[in-house]
Design a protein around this ligand. Structure first.
Ligand code: AMP
Length: 298
């Protein structure tokens, strides 16, 4: 079944202890689409400027990603600059240039409206609501960030009422609910709407709170992390991708989706931006999935 994702397509400048990458391809929708396209057809909805090069378009198209909904607007593409600390779970945003994103209102082509799976990437919750007005999905996933929890909480609460799963960082759980305990925090989030909550804990793995209980998955242990940018969006792409491919999103499918998400995210961390994610195939994902099963079985 097909998936629609709405989110940023960007130029990222990133500095990590492993080096620096200037104005590489980035954006939440980019990472999500590249990961999810290994599982199911993807429609990408977003905006880029006149400076967005054809080679990036060609890369996305080479993965079969439908770019009918990728608007090209006058002006410059969204830019984000981030710097990681020695502990790569910690990063600072140095600069965000909204550029064409400032006046963006998502317009879903027919193919994108009809997709059974929808992922609302990390954009202003009022834009996420505009997407929900246009689409009629069977299953909706949501990402958000501290910025929107701080400045657009009312809109975010409207969105939360209408989604099936929220994928969120551990630190954001506390910001959203006031609960530092993740079990209690996830329970509070469920009261706001989502029946499923996935809490990402960076290199410490993630927790799935479904209707049937809790599932804990480790992160794939990597010897060298080059750049974790986009790992969260990649996780979401693998997670929703697997659900879109499954017969029904029951508890077994949700557990496997968490592992597929973790596997996809581990590849993203191995090189700058989406460089590693772009070169892998479904076979690479399946091989690491099998290693993951051995890693966590006892
Ligand atoms: P992640 O590492 O999973 O949090 O995702 C990082 C990606 O999100 C980068 O590629 C950025 O371009 C993008 N990003 C960062 N800040 C924003 C924002 N305020 N709105 C939309 N996308 C953003």
């Amino acid at each position: 079944m097909s998936i629609t994702v709405v989110g940023s397509v960007a130029f990222d400048t990133v500095e990590t202890p492993a080096g620096r990458n200037d104005e590489g391809l980035g954006g939440a929708a980019t990472f999500f689409s590249l990961a999810a396209s290994n599982f199911a057809p993807v429609n990408l909805v977003g905006v880029v400027g006149e400076d967005f090069p054809d080679r990036h378009v060609a890369l996305l198209e080479s993965k079969g990603i439908n770019l009918e909904g990728l608007e090209r607007a006058p002006g410059r593409t969204f830019r984000w600059t981030g710097k990681y600390h020695e502990n790569m779970n910690d990063r600072d945003t140095i600069e965000t240039q909204l550029n064409v994103f400032e006046h963006f209102h998502p317009k879903l082509p027919e193919s994108a409206k009809d997709a059974p799976f929808l992922f609302l990437g990390n954009i202003h919750p009022s834009l996420q609501l505009e997407v929900l007005e246009q689409a009629h999905p069977r299953f909706t996933g949501l990402d958000t960030m501290n910025l929107w929890i701080n400045i657009a909480l009312d809109d975010l609460k409207q969105v939360l009422k209408r989604v099936d799963v929220l994928i969120i960082n551990d630190s954001e759980v506390a910001l959203l609910t006031g609960e530092t305990n993740l079990v209690k925090g996830a329970r509070e989030i469920k009261k706001l709407g989502p029946r499923i909550v996935v809490v990402k804990k960076g290199e410490h793995g993630c927790l799935l709170f479904s209707e049937s209980g809790i599932f804990s998955a480790p992160a794939y242990p990597l010897e060298e992390v080059v750049d974790p940018t986009g790992a969260g969006d990649t996780f979401a792409g693998g997670f929703i991708g697997h659900l879109a491919k499954s017969e029904k999103p029951d508890d077994a499918a949700l557990r496997r989706a968490v592992v597929y998400g973790s596997v996809a995210a581990s590849f993203t961390c191995e090189k700058f931006g989406p460089d590693r994610l772009s070169e892998i195939t479904r076979a690479d994902i399946d091989k690491r999935f099998a290693e993951f099963q051995r890693l966590a079985s006892f």
